[in-house]
Structures are given as C-alpha cells and as structure tokens.
Design a protein around this ligand. Structure first.
Ligand code: CS2
Length: 501
C-alpha cells in the first residue's frame, strides 16, 4: 500500500456512509441475493466488465445471481478484498473526466490452490447455474494442432494424477461437472477470453479431461453443460498506486481493489444457457445466435492493432498505448494496417460497419486517462499471435490482398521475445514459451532470412503454412532486415512512405 493511504478509511460495509454521494451505488439489496454465478480468474477485467454487467442485471430484474469469485493462483485478490467485505469500485475515465461506481455483487472469494475442494464444491452447488471465466489464453491448456486439451501440459498431467486437487480451470471444472451430472444439475460455462470460438475450445478441453478422468460422466456431458461463445471488450489496464490515490481523493475511501477502465464496454453472448442467466441485456449485452463475426472483428482489429502497438511501441520507447498513439507515424501505420490489411481479411458483421468501428477503436487507444502499458499487452504473445495476426496474414495471402505492415509487427515481436531492446537493454519477457523463444532468437544469429525461418518454424504459433509461403518468408525477412538496420521508428516511417501514408 502506498504510504499516504495507510491510515485512510478503507472501503467496507461498515464505512459505506463515508463514500462520497456522487459515487454511484447499486440499486439492489446485496443481503437479499444469494450466489448463482462463480467466476474463475477474478482479476481487473472481471471487476471492470463481468461484475458490473451482473450487477446492472440485478438492478433491473430479480434473481439469485450474486457472484463467488475465484483466483486460480495467488491469494492476493482475496486478501485485498477480504477487509473490504468484497466491495470494490470501478472508475470509468477518459479525457472528459472520471465516474466511479460501487460494485456489491461479489459476495465471496476463493483461492483454488489453498483449497481446491472448496472451489469444486462451490461450482458443484446446484444453486450455482453459471460459471464465467477470464483465465487468459494459456489457461485453456490447448494443443494448437488438435484444438483439444494438451495432454502433455505439465499442469494437465498433474490434474489427471490428482483429480481431486486440480490446478487448472479445466481440472477444477471437470471435477465439479462430474458431481453436477450425478446430481442432474445443468450448468452453463462462459469463456470471456480473447479466443476465437472460445465456447467450443473450452468445451473441447473440459470434455477431453472428463473422458480421461471421469469416463462415467462423459456420455451425459453434452446434455448437462453448455458452453456459449462470447466476445468481451473493455480496455482495463492493471491498476496503479496513482489510480488508487485518485480513487481515494474522489470517493473519500481507500479501495485497495479499485479498477480504472474506459467508458466503453461491450459483451456479445451466444444465447444458449442450460439453466437461466442474469438479464445481461439490461446492461447493454447483445444476445445473439452467432458470436463469430463480432469475435473476429474484435480480435483482429482491436487486439491485432493492440499487439502491433505493444511491440512496435515498446521498441520505440513508449511505455503506454496512449504514448504509442501519440506518435503520428505509428498511429498512421496502425490505421492503415487496420483499414487495408485487417478489415478486408474477414466478412464484416452486418450490424458493425468497420469504418466507424476502426475510428472508435483508435479514439479508445488514445484515451489519455488510461495508463495501459505496452509491456502488459506484449505479454503471452505466443498465445495471442495466432488469432490476432496469423489468421489475418493467412487470409490476406489467400485472397492476394496487401500484407505490407503486418510483417513489421511480427518482426518487432521476434525482436521483443529475443529479450533485448534497441538500446541493448534487457526486456522482461513474460510468456509461457519465453525460454524457447529467447533460445530461438539467440541461435538464429543476425541473418534476417535465418531469423525469419527460425521463428516461422514455431508450429504452435504459425502452423506449417507460413514457413512454406515463399512470399511471406520474404516479407518477414525484409521486415526483420529493416527493423534491425533502422530501428522501429524509422522502419514505420519508411513503410508509411512506401505505401503512400
Ligand atoms: C489486450 C486486451 O492485453 C491484451 O492483450 O489486447 O486485454 C484488450 O485490452 C482487451 O481485449 C480489450 O477488450
């Protein structure tokens, strides 16, 4: 905790009367609502997106949908929320100002490694009808080749050997689903991670695990458990001490669990629930038959651009996305990438015109009030690149469309994961494949063609086709050569000039 806040009055049930009057309070009685939803991965995004959606639904319609949150690794979130009776605030911020709301819908927090049986019991409780999850791309333990469970994953191996004390979300869910099937209690499991077809991927992973560990439950699985796909969107940086200080100044109470986010929020949900759901549409959620068109647009245009801003921006010395967007050459480069290379790579959703969508995204990226670190987005690139860039590149190559800027993004990623920036300083690379990526970078040496081939040989990221594409291998070789010779800023400028921007 920052020194100046140590003695500040802390947010809790007992101190609520000290909360400034202009903080928005929920219009439902917390005490009268019991738990109906468990959320796996109760971090900043959950607090800024899922929890407010469920809270608004409860304001509009009755239902026992209070939330039990769970952390799958560290006790930190639970320990931060416990002295606050699991209350926290969400502050929406942009250049025009800030607006804080109190969130009361979270009623309990569990920590899986401390007591996996308690979390399995919570999910198995028939009063719970929905599990939502933000466990990040790597949390699904997928084998990219089969799109099913990666049985060689060390945590999956652990869970199959210790099914009553699993570490992964997949093992925890499987154990609980086994109990629910025995009790004939249907469940809906909702992935809220940035993966295409996230519902089907989640289902594959859990079904594969059940087939191995609980064969008796396998035949009833499809009937009892539904896995709708969703697209979630709200840019939510990690909270800083400065944010917590600002929230205190603006609300009158110290909230150690505060989140700061943008005003924009979107949730598109496939409307396929096994046992009811909160009325999330009253919070603006779009319930649809097919999420895929929205998911593709968001993953490629928002997240794809985000990753390009992260790697190129980081190499250009920009700590935050808004700093990267303040570089006119980089902003123009990203815009052209979105308009000329990404948007034409997929059919636009009927009700989402891509021109205004791209313009709005770039306004959001510019939000000067959000301190969103390029380093944070650069994390776990090996898990993100396939759906953010590789699918786009593949589609553009197949249709003979332009691929003038994406290769520089990939080149910047190869530089980033090699672990040294343009000034020779070490980069703190966070990625489940970090060691392997660093080794590939070191062993490939300085020749751009060797480097392009070495990185494109990583099948988990690039499949086998991009290495076989002479065109893409050449484009990446040229981009790596340009980046290494001139640096990111000059490379961006040169590509802008060559392509008339
Ligand atoms: C970001 C996303 O960290 C990242 O990789 O691209 O978390 C992004 O902020 C969200 O998907 C926005 O909805």
């Amino acid at each position: 905790m920052s020194a100046s806040l140590e003695n500040a009055p802390r947010l809790s049930e007992a101190t609520l009367s000290g909360l400034r009057k202009d903080v928005r309070r929920p219009g439902f009685d917390r005490g009268g609502v019991s738990i109906g939803q468990v959320h796996l991965g109760a971090g900043a995004f959950f607090k800024a997106h899922l929890a407010p959606h469920t809270q608004t639904a409860l304001e509009e319609a009755d239902g026992n949908w209070a939330i039990c949150g769970a952390s799958l690794r560290s006790p930190e979130a639970r320990d931060t929320l416990a002295p606050q009776d699991n209350l926290f605030t969400v502050t929406e911020k942009d250049g025009a100002g800030a607006r804080t709301s109190l969130v009361t819908v979270l009623k309990e927090m569990l920590v899986a490694p401390e007591n996996p049986a308690a979390l399995i019991g919570a999910i198995a409780d028939p009063a719970v009808r929905i599990v939502t999850a933000t466990i990040t791309e790597k949390g699904y333990c997928l084998n990219p080749a089969s799109s099913g469970l990666d049985f060689d994953h060390p945590d999956v191996k652990h869970d199959l050997e210790n099914p009553a004390a699993p570490k992964t979300a997949i093992g925890l869910l499987a154990a609980a689903i086994d109990k629910r099937i025995a009790a004939r209690a249907p469940l809906t499991v909702v992935s809220c991670d940035n993966l295409p077809g996230n519902g089907a991927l989640f289902k594959n992973a859990v079904r594969d695990f059940i087939g191995e560990a609980y064969p008796g439950a396998a035949s009833a699985f499809d009937d009892h458990v539904r896995f709708p796909s969703t697209m979630v969107d709200r840019i939510t940086p990690a909270t800083t001490d400065e944010d917590r200080r600002d929230v205190f100044m603006n609300t009158g109470l110290y909230d150690a669990a505060a989140v700061v986010t943008e005003p924009f929020t979107q949730w598109v949900i496939e409307d396929r629930f096994a046992a009811g759901r909160p009325q999330w549409e009253s919070a603006g959620a779009l319930l649809v038959a097919d999420v895929a068109p929205y998911e593709t647009a968001k993953l490629r245009l928002l997240n794809g651009a985000h990753s390009a801003l992260a790697y190129l921006g980081y190499l250009m010395g920009c700590d935050y996305v808004s700093d990267a967007m303040a570089q006119p050459e980089l902003a123009a480069f990203i815009r052209a990438m979105q308009e000329e290379e990404i948007a034409p790579s997929f059919p636009a959703p009927a009700d989402l015109p891509l021109g205004p969508y791209i313009a709005d995204l770039n306004t959001r990226f510019r939000n000067p009030a959000l301190k969103h670190r390029t380093w944070q987005i650069a994390m776990d690139g090996s898990q993100k690149l396939p759906q953010r860039w590789v699918e786009t590149i593949r589609a553009q190559l197949a249709r003979g469309g332009p691929v003038n800027r994406l290769p520089l993004g990939v080149a910047a990623w190869t530089q980033y994961v090699s672990g040294v920036d343009e000034k020779g300083a070490a980069i703190d690379v966070r990625d489940p494949m970090a060691e392997r990526l660093k080794r590939i970078g070191a062993e490939a040496g300085g020749d751009p063609a060797d480097r392009a081939r070495a990185f494109l040989s990583i099948r988990e990221i690039f499949g086998s086709d991009l290495l076989q594409s002479a065109l893409f291998t050449k484009l990446l070789t040229d981009a790596i050569a340009l980046l290494r010779a001139e640096g990111a800023a000059a490379a961006v400028m040169k590509i802008n000039r060559e392509n008339g921007r």
